[in-house]
Write a protein that binds this ligand. Structure first.
Ligand SMILES: NC(=O)c1ccc[n+]([C@@H]2O[C@H](COP(=O)([O-])OP(=O)(O)OC[C@H]3O[C@@H](n4cnc5c(N)ncnc54)[C@H](O)[C@@H]3O)[C@@H](O)[C@H]2O)c1
Length: 362
């Protein structure tokens, strides 16, 4: 297979993409780009590269690039995706796709015009337990889905020191809770209603961030399946094995399964009258594939998994998911969640889509 050539924009998390490319048979690195020249030099030295760019516009003029990988701050994604599509490139954009729906229509139109793909790197789908859980679910091991519980809990007080966490458009919901929401909507693709509560802790408030950092939501899908989505970000969290930072539990008519990311999977599938024991799989031996840098920072393993999935889809003529439409629908659920926090009422996703001029996505 001919390798796909990527230009990487933003070299914080972009570091994981460079590592993923260097370890993959399916990808090659075409260019790296960041506004910060010193960071470019650091990454070039780390990965044995000779060149870098500090201008996105220059990178987009490189005809040899098939795909642009976007790893800039959340508030910039929409503009950077638009520029890539206008330059005729496929796009892989990290989560969140964007921080509201204002650019949804222009992006859909630009994508249609360009005929290129936009894939959202919802990395939590690509942790080992999440992959196995999905595989079992698609095989029918859970039976008919009844209810789903997802959570993303982390002590991310460090994030309050980041400059862009203080800029318009940042919220714990779009930046953090999106992981738990995306896992829920993966199993509930037609969420209709949302209700939630949120608290802004004094840890966030004392640093001038008034966005709620402890969040609890209930979602209902058109099919009748329900989900709870929880997040907590600015207070200490419990460490493993007592708490896993991202988890997704599926409860169906024939079995329950729980993906505890990064590396644990527990399940109990059981036909009526046939009791089976709960099984547990640990992927601890894959820790060095998932975490390649200091501590548990960065996400190289999940990124390599999603980039290779993207490459396989392109080769086989399939659309890699979540794509732009799915990503926009997920953000509409997020927007309904935000409305519910303000209104203290149940909010409808179709209403959000209609208000944003996106009723064709209802
Ligand atoms: N699991 C995951 O999928 C995951 C994990 C962490 C971060 N992220 C996402 O990755 C993105 C980046 O996060 P980060 O932690 O690396 O942030 P960061 O601030 O460390 O890095 C962003 C980089 O983008 C660069 N940049 C900004 N505008 C630019 C431009 N016009 N041209 C070139 N470079 C530009 C900045 O100089 C900076 O180095 C965020 O959207 C975040 O939500 C995803």
């Amino acid at each position: 297979m001919e390798k796909l050539r990527i230009g990487v924009l933003g070299l914080g998390e972009g570091r994981s993409v460079i590592s993923a490319v260097q370890h993959s048979e399916m990808w090659e690195l075409g260019a790296i780009c960041d506004l910060k020249e010193d960071l470019c030099r650091e990454r070039a030295a780390e990965f044995g590269l000779n060149t870098w760019l500090t201008s996105y516009e220059t990178m987009l003029r490189d005809d040899s690039l098939d795909v642009i990988g976007i790893y800039t701050p959340d508030q910039m994604h929409a503009r950077h995706i638009l520029m890539a599509l206008e330059a005729g490139k496929h796009v892989i954009c990290t989560k969140p796709l964007m921080v509201d729906l204002t650019m949804a229509r222009p992006l859909l139109e630009a994508q249609k015009k360009s005929g290129r793909l936009v894939f959202i790197g919802q990395s939590s789908r690509y942790f080992e337990p999440a992959i196995h859980q999905r595989r079992d679910y698609e095989k029918g091991c859970n039976g008919d889905l009844v209810t789903v519980e997802t959570q993303y809990v982390s002590d991310s007080r460090w994030f309050l020191e980041r400059a862009w966490s203080h800029e318009a458009g940042f919220s714990w919901m779009y930046n953090f809770l999106i992981h738990a929401l995306d896992l829920a909507v993966w199993y509930l693709p037609n969420v209709e209603t949302v209700y939630g509560v949120g608290v802004c802790s004094s840890n966030s408030a004392s640093r001038g961030i008034l966005a709620p950092d402890a969040l609890k939501f209930l979602l209902t899908d058109r099919s009748g399946v329900t989900a709870s989505v929880n997040g907590c970000y600015a207070v200490p969290a419990l460490s493993r094995p007592w708490e896993h930072f991202i988890s997704c539990t599926l409860r169906g008519t024939m079995g329950a399964s729980k993906a505890d990311c990064p590396l644990e999977y527990t399940y109990h599938f059981s036909e009526v009258g046939k009791f089976k024991h709960t099984e547990h799989e640990s992927y601890e031996s894959m820790r060095s594939y998932y975490y390649r840098f200091e501590g548990e920072t960065h996400h190289a393993g999940e990124y390599q998994n999603y980039m290779e999935d993207f490459a396989r889809c392109l080769k086989e003529g399939r659309t890699p998911l979540p794509d732009l439409r799915e990503g926009i629908r997920t953000l509409a659920v997020m927007e309904a969640m935000r409305r519910s926090l303000a209104s203290h009422q149940v909010e409808r996703v179709d209403r959000v889509l209609t208000d944003a001029g996106l009723s064709d996505l209802v």
